[in-house]
Each structure stands twice: as structure tokens, then as C-alpha cells.
Design a protein around this ligand. Structure first.
Ligand SMILES: Cc1cc2nc3c(=O)[nH]c(=O)nc-3n(C[C@H](O)[C@H](O)[C@H](O)COP(=O)(O)O)c2cc1C
Length: 222
């Protein structure tokens, strides 16, 4: 089983898809991953509308400011929040903030499950919300959070740059940084790279000494 961190790091937003069928088993696994995400007070105030009809996909792509590449994806999953449900329990914060966070957690679960199944996905957040809501015939109180395009990649793009940990993490207070964050943050890759470098230097030094010693012996015997 792949390490979760490897999956997290190797997942990519895929722009283009090939027109290939995704099995129902895989689609349902991706949806199942969504429902296991954390949500405030476990209220699970989300719904997922699966869109497979070509003309409906075409319409959604148009409403996503003409991101037509997603039409080739086997499925579009429209992620919807039910903010009123969160508001009942948590007031304005539930409506404005927690509903969005709940759906974002569900989306990330879907993306990772898709990736682990060898599928490709694209999180589409740019769209005309009111029009998308009417395409999926959702009532006015539903907030459309995202359209997830799911399918097989035509091409997996290279990893975009990500900020290094040490530029993102402070300790105890704003802008408090450690001198050697890799040492404390268990950045195994950096630690191993350093060990490998030290090992390499030791071997080179050893070889150098061996060379010098050999020269000494030769010159003595001459
Ligand atoms: C809230 C949100 C909205 C996004 N909207 C779009 C979008 O409309 N179209 C798109 O192609 N990608 C969209 N993305 C994907 C980002 O462009 C992508 O995650 C980013 O470039 C980093 O690439 P990566 O996911 O491969 O690490 C969105 C991502 C998020 C989190």
C-alpha cells in the first residue's frame, strides 16, 4: 500500500482527459471517500451530484468559464453545501466558514482516492454559481462549492512549485523560525541527503588518504 504522504505529494490537478469510461466501482469509491471526511460536529452537510450526460457536462464546462477540457472527463461531480444545516448548529460561522471547510475536506478525500485508483481529477472552482445550481436543479439555499472532473489523464502535468516547509512554519509565534528546521521537523529527505553527503565526503577523504599512502609507499620503494 502506498504511503499516504507519497499519494499526497504525487497527486496532480489534471487539465486534459481522455474519453475513457470509469467503472462504477471506482466512481463510488471516490464518493465514499468524500463522505468519510471530517465535518463540524459530524453534520455532513454536503451533497454530491454526479453528472455523466455529455450535453449536461458541456453545459457545466461552459458555465465554468469555458473550461471545455472537463467535458472529456468521464464524470463531473458537483459538490454542494447545505449551509442552513450548519447554521442551525453553529450560527454564522457554521454557514459562512464550516460549510466551506467541510466540503473542502470531502473534496480532498475524493482527489486522493481518485489518485490512489490511478484516476485523474481536476478541482474546478471557477464557475457561475447560480447557473450551475439551476443546471443541477438544486434549490436556492444550496451553495455550489466545486465541480470535480474525474477521469483518466491525457497527460499528467509536472509538479508545480510548492513552498518549502521552512518558509511556511513558525514556532510559537509569528515569524519565529528555527535555524535548522529540517532537524526538528523530521524532514527525513533532508536528513538522509545530508547523511549521504557526509558519507560521500568520508569515502572521498578515505580514497584521498589511500592515494597519498600508496604514493608514499611507492616513493619509499623507489
Ligand atoms: C478552490 C480551488 C479552485 C480551483 N479552481 C480551478 C479551476 O477552476 N480550474 C482549474 O483548472 N484548476 C482549479 N484548481 C486547481 C489548482 O489550479 C491547482 O490545485 C493548483 O494549480 C496546484 O496544482 P496541483 O493541484 O497539481 O498541486 C482549483 C483549486 C482550488 C483549491
Amino acid at each position: 500500500m502506498a504511503d499516504i504522504l507519497d499519494l499526497i505529494k504525487s497527486r496532480r490537478t489534471v487539465k486534459e482527459f481522455i474519453p475513457k469510461f470509469v467503472s462504477w466501482e471506482n466512481i463510488s469509491r471516490v464518493l465514499d471517500a468524500a463522505r468519510h471526511a471530517p465535518s463540524c460536529g459530524n453534520i455532513q452537510n454536503w451533497k454530491f451530484v454526479v453528472v455523466m450526460k455529455p450535453e449536461q457536462k458541456q453545459h457545466l464546462a461552459e458555465l465554468a468559464y469555458e473550461q471545455y477540457e472537463i467535458v472529456q472527463a468521464a464524470v463531473l461531480i458537483v459538490v454542494c453545501a447545505e449551509p442552513q444545516k450548519a447554521e442551525r448548529y453553529y450560527g454564522e460561522k457554521g454557514e459562512q466558514l464550516y460549510s466551506i471547510q467541510n466540503c473542502a475536506a470531502a473534496i480532498q478525500n475524493m482527489l486522493l482516492e481518485a489518485h490512489s485508483l490511478g484516476l485523474a481529477a481536476r478541482w474546478v472552482g471557477a464557475f457561475d454559481e447560480d447557473s450551475v445550481r439551476s443546471v443541477i436543479t438544486a434549490p436556492a439555499e444550496i451553495k455550489i462549492q466545486a465541480i470535480i472532473a474525474l477521469g483518466y489523464a491525457k497527460e499528467v502535468p509536472p509538479k508545480p512549485p510548492k513552498y518549502p516547509l521552512e518558509s511556511l512554519v513558525y514556532f510559537g509565534g509569528w515569524r519565529n523560525k528555527l535555524k535548522d528546521p529540517a532537524k526538528y521537523m523530521n524532514d527525513i529527505a533532508t536528513i538522509l541527503a545530508r547523511k549521504a553527503q557526509t558519507g560521500k565526503e568520508m569515502v572521498l577523504k578515505g580514497m584521498e588518504r589511500f592515494g597519498e599512502r600508496t604514493k608514499e609507499i611507492i616513493s619509499k620503494n623507489e
